[in-house]
Design a protein around this ligand. Structure first.
Ligand code: BES
Ligand code: MN
Ligand code: ZN
Length: 503
């Protein structure tokens, strides 16, 4: 998608297929709507008295207004003016782009970025606008037999009409948002692809493709032999149940050293992102019920978010040092699969009694967390569709955030709020560690039904003692089930906002 800017002064002269102007509840016109109203001899004022009252989420299309060069003016409802928020703004931009997509337009122009919003500077509004347009133009056809050409969005360009002095900030925000949208696009498609196509091998190839496309990205894809040589006994125990070969993917984005800034807290190490890459989670011998088991193809959404973030990072050429680690395999039942009661030895040397083979995410992540030590990281954030218990606790609104490091936790929570991709902090008290006691190993891989999301995080914490660490449980936020089934690309916006905030 291409973005550009135009001056609001001559709004009525903007030649475009569709021009979006905002209207608040009770027909209160925004400045841009007022300009169009004057140019068209009061065409808007008449309409907002009756059929269009500015209800949030509603749109009304007016064609061929006198005195207005745009072919269509799209009125976009912004709801009550005193309730206007970043979320409403982002939704309005998305609704406008969705209208353009539905009408099969190739380009449009929007004035919505210039609607003032206290606490959300214009650069952030532009970023959200680009992400909204990206959401509206997303299209999946990777596994369709005969892709429908008409279903493919044609919208290529959105012009943002702003005041001249804002151009630099808006262009920066659009560039950031555009890159985040592209990262989300990759994450979403990987999530949506079926498990027989999006295999560990495919994720490895996707990482290598990123390295070929961007010279700041270097990638290593380790195969089973190399993973064995590292001693990743917990990860390999999960992979063993499947005929699909595992991969351990190591990505590095190194921004230009000259431009690279030292981390604010003085710690010079890289930021490490670790993504759970279970390309299908059947549960293994502790097999899951059949209903909605298909959704366990989404169990690699943590990995997808890391790859998506890397695409955005590389496109923006951020002057940061970032490592991505992706342990990826299937969790399947077979004659070679883990059995309840088995004891495996992790790369750290700690042994684990596997009481439930369906608690596999922590088994692959713990070895990746040990591997992360070699980078002497400034911070490690793991991202995983880890527990059904987190869905029970937080639903699909917030990702679960677990960390003993207040500064890191606050930075991630803030990034979530700024990017409208929110997380909620969960407890990680040592008292919960009790539940992981085993009679036959250093720990069990489950802690029983109480506080299941917390004991999963407690398990991981035992492998993350060498650096500041946070865990994001995205089981409830990474995809939607039911009629709207599909990946959300969360938490790519949160991760990218966190990285942008380092600069
Ligand atoms: N991938 C699942 C977690 C999950 C389940 C995410 C449902 C979204 C929806 C994970 O590997 C898993 O199976 N966790 C178990 C852990 C339990 C056995 C302690 C769970 O949550 O049931
Ligand atoms: Mn599982
Ligand atoms: Zn899983």
């Amino acid at each position: 998608m291409e973005f550009s800017t135009h001056s609001t002064a001559s709004l009525h002269q903007v030649k475009t297929a569709a021009l979006a102007v905002g209207v608040f509840a009770d027909g209160v016109l925004t400045a841009a709507a007022d300009l169009i109203d004057r140019a068209s001899n009061g065409a808007l004022r008449t309409v907002v008295k009756t059929e269009f009252r500015g209800r949030q989420g509603s749109t009304l299309v007016l064609r061929s207004l006198p005195g207005v060069a745009a072919q269509r003016v799209v009125l976009v409802g912004l709801g009550k003016q005193d309730e206007y928020s970043a979320r409403v703004h982002a939704a309005a931009e998305q609704a406008f782009a969705a209208y353009c997509v539905g009408a099969q337009l190739t380009e449009g122009a929007s004035t919505l970025v210039s609607v003032p919003l206290e606490g959300t500077p214009i650069r952030a509004r532009a970023r959200l606008a680009a992400i909204g347009a990206g959401n509206a133009t997303y299209h999946y056809d990777e596994s369709l037999g005969k892709p429908d050409r008409d279903a493919r969005p044609k919208l290529r360009k959105v012009v943002h009409c702003i005041e001249r002095g804002d151009a630099t900030q808006v262009q920066a925000g659009l560039r950031e948002g555009g890159a985040i949208a592209n990262g989300m696009d990759l994450a979403r498609t990987l999530g949506n692809m079926p498990g027989n196509l999006c295999t560990p091998t495919y994720l490895g190839e996707t990482a290598q493709k990123l390295a070929r496309a961007y010279k700041t990205v270097k990638v290593q894809v380790l195969d089973r032999k190399q993973i064995e040589a590292l001693g990743m006994g917990a990860f390999l125990s999960v992979a063993r149940g499947s005929d699909e070969p595992p991969r351990f993917i190591v990505l590095r984005h190194a921004g230009k050293p000259a431009a690279r800034k030292p981390a604010k807290d003085g710690n010079a190490g890289p930021i490490v992102l670790v993504g759970k890459g279970i390309t299908f989670d059947s549960g293994g011998i502790s097999i899951k019920p059949a209903a909605t088991m298909d959704e366990m193809k989404f169990d690699m959404c943590g990995a997808a978010s890391v790859l998506g973030a890397f695409r955005a990072l590389a496109e923006l050429q951020l002057p940061l040092d970032v490592i991505g680690l992706i342990p990826t395999c299937e969790n399947m039942p077979s004659g070679k699969a883990n059995k309840p009661g088995d004891v495996v030895t992790s790369m750290s040397g700690q042994t684990i009694e596997i009481l439930n083979t369906d608690a596999e995410g922590r088994l692959i992540l713990c070895d990746a967390l040990t591997y992360a030590e070699r980078f002497k990281p400034a911070a490690v954030v793991d991202i995983a569709t880890l527990t059904g218990a987190c869905v029970v606790a937080l639903g699909s609104v917030n990702s679960g955030l677990f960390s003993k490091n207040d500064a890191l936790a606050d930075a991630l929570l803030r990034a979530g709020r700024e990017s409208l991709d929110t997380a909620w902090r969960m407890p990680l008290d040592d008292a919960y560690q009790e539940q992981l006691k085993s009679n036959f190993a250093d720990m069990a891989n489950i802690g029983g039904p109480p506080a299941g999301a917390v004991t999963a995080a407690c398990f991981l914490s035992r492998y993350a003692k060498a650096y500041p660490w946070a865990h994001l449980d995205i089981a409830g936020t990474a995809w939607r089930g039911g009629k709207e089934k599909g990946s959300t690309a969360r938490p790519v916006p949160l991760l990218m906002q966190y990285l942008l905030n380092q600069l």
